[in-house]
Design a protein around this ligand. Structure first.
Ligand SMILES: C[S@@+](CC[C@H](N)C(=O)[O-])C[C@H]1O[C@@H](n2cnc3c(N)ncnc32)[C@H](O)[C@@H]1O
Length: 292
């Protein structure tokens, strides 16, 4: 099996690239409790003490954008599955404000090639979606998608930790921002910058809908020794990085940056990969935080 795919978590659902693997979800549970590791898993994590050198870490940070852009050069639009679950999980995305005679304005922050954005527009073409990513290739793929239209969408390149979103979006104008498997790719010391940036363009009462990797996810346990960058933070072979969140960490991060918590829970899934005969535990974190 391709070890690069394994690092994203082979089990299917969110991060699996290979649609031919035919995975099937055995159960899904939402709640407040962290997944308990098996004794073997606990030992593996405890023994993983080698931290990548500071020199290499600085290089990875400097080359973060380049590494994601190369990811899209290699994988084109074929890696992530379309995310058709967003309106099921987040009712805010359904609320087209016809009664106020205005459209729901969404920002998809870190949109990749649009796996979230296009299913949303397909479901409700009355939305207006801003979308941004720091990979120029990803932005280009979005623009080239036949479903892309400037009537419903405005995609632009932006590093969420550096470039002011107000250069492209009016302050206090966005109802809902989706942040789906993006913050985990940002260095923990810079996550607050992305949240502060988004805060400025959200309307008062507007919210961030968040889904990302949770602590003790299967993907975290697949990392080989020598991939650890810090606590709950790892680097894949392709140079892209991933943080694994706890609820408490996320809550504190959002609160420190002015957001009010509405919901914040773990999503535990057990997925069986029919082809490989593997059963793998996935842990995601799904949350909603509002601008007060
Ligand atoms: C795992 S992908 C998820 C893409 C998309 N949200 C989805 O659900 O398919 C993470 C994305 O975050 C983008 N990204 C990472 N750091 C970023 C940053 N600082 N600013 C903007 N985009 C970033 C990457 O280029 C990549 O497209």
């Amino acid at each position: 099996m391709n070890s690069k795919i394994e690092e994203y978590g082979i089990s299917g659902e969110e991060e699996n690239s290979d649609k031919s693997l035919h995975s099937e979800t055995l159960f899904q549970k939402k709640g407040h409790n962290l997944r308990i590791l098996t004794p073997d898993e606990a030992v593996k994590l405890q023994n993983d003490k080698d931290i990548v050198s500071e020199f290499k870490q600085l290089k990875l940070e400097k080359e973060a954008q380049k590494n994601w852009d190369l990811f899209y050069k290699r994988n084109s639009t074929h890696f992530f599955k379309d995310r058709h679950w967003t309106t099921r999980e987040f009712e805010e995305l359904k609320a087209c404000k016809e009664f106020e005679n205005q459209r729901l304005v969404v920002l998809e922050a870190g949109c990749g090639v649009g796996n979230c954005l296009f299913p949303l527009l397909e479901e409700d073409p009355r939305l207006f979606i801003y979308a941004c990513d720091f990979s120029p290739r990803a932005v280009d793929f979005v623009k080239k998608n036949p479903a892309y239209s400037e009537d419903t969408c405005n995609v632009f390149q932006c590093d969420l930790t550096k470039d002011d979103l107000r250069d492209n979006i009016q302050e206090n104008s966005v109802d809902v921002c989706t942040l789906i498997f993006v913050l985990s790719a940002v260095h923990p010391e810079k996550m607050h910058l992305a949240l502060q940036n988004i805060y400025k363009i959200l309307k008062p009462g507007g919210c961030i809908l968040f889904r990302d990797y949770g602590l003790n996810d299967h993907a975290m346990l697949r990392f080989k020794s020598g991939s650890k960058l810090g606590e709950n933070f790892y680097v894949r072979q392709d140079g892209t990085r991933s943080y694994f969140f706890t609820k408490d960490y996320l809550l504190s991060l959002f609160k420190k940056n002015g957001y009010k918590d509405v919901s914040n829970e773990y999503v535990l899934r057990e997925t069986v990969n029919k082809k490989e005969g593997l059963c793998v535990p996935r842990v995601f974190i799904q949350s909603k935080f509002c601008k007060s």
